[in-house]
Design a protein around this ligand. Structure first.
Ligand code: FEO
Length: 163
C-alpha cells in the first residue's frame, strides 16, 4: 500500500531532522578538532555518519512506499560550546528531542493504521534507547572528570576507538 500524503510529509520532516542531526554532530566534531581533542572529534564524526544512515533509511523507505523525499534547508548549527561537557549535554538533549519526534511519528502511524511505517519505526525506537544511553554515558564521565586534564586525555583516547 502506498504511503498517505500525511504520513509522507511526517516521514520527510523526520528525514530532515536526521540530516540536521548529522549537521550538528559535524559541528561538534569541528569544535573538538579546534580544541585538539581528536578522539572526541572522531566520535562525533562517526555519530554524524550514523545520522546520515538514519536519514537514508527514511529516504529509501519513502521511495519504497511510492512516496518522495523532499530535502529542506537545514538551520545553522552552533559553532562552539563552552566545554566538552556542554557539547555532550547538548548532544544528549538533542537525542531526547529526537526520541520524542520518533514517538510522535509512531503515534501518527498508529492513528493512520500504517503498519509498514510502524514496523520500520521499531528499529528507530530501539536505536533511540542506545543513542540516549551513549550520549548520557559520556556526559556522566565528563562530570566525573571535572577539571582533570589527565581524565580528559584518557577519555579522548577511549573515544578515538569508536568504530
Ligand atoms: Fe538519528 Fe541520533 O538519532
Amino acid at each position: 500500500m502506498n504511503i498517505s500524503k500525511k504520513m509522507e510529509s511526517a516521514v520527510n520532516v523526520q528525514m530532515n531532522e536526521e540530516l540536521y542531526s548529522e549537521y550538528i554532530y559535524l559541528a561538534m566534531a569541528s569544535y573538538f578538532e579546534s580544541q585538539n581533542l581528536k578522539g572526541f572529534a572522531h566520535w562525533m564524526k562517526k555519530q554524524a555518519e550514523e545520522e546520515r544512515e538514519h536519514a537514508m533509511k527514511f529516504h529509501d523507505f519513502l521511495f519504497d512506499r511510492d512516496g518522495t523525499a523532499t530535502l529542506e534547508a537545514l538551520k545553522k548549527p552552533p559553532a562552539k560550546w563552552a566545554s566538552p561537557l556542554a557539547a555532550f549535554q547538548e548532544a544528549y538533549k538533542h537525542e531526547q528531542y529526537i526520541t520524542g519526534c520518533i514517538n510522535k511519528l509512531y503515534d501518527l502511524a498508529e492513528k493512520e493504521k500504517d503498519h509498514a511505517t510502524k514496523v520500520m519505526l521499531h528499529w528507530f525506537i530501539d536505536e533511540q534507547v542506545e543513542e540516549e544511553a551513549s550520549a548520557l554515558e559520556i556526559v556522566e564521565k565528563l562530570k566525573l572528570i571535572g577539571n582533570s586534564v589527565n581524565g580528559l586525555m584518557m577519555l579522548d583516547q577511549a573515544l578515538s576507538k569508536r568504530e
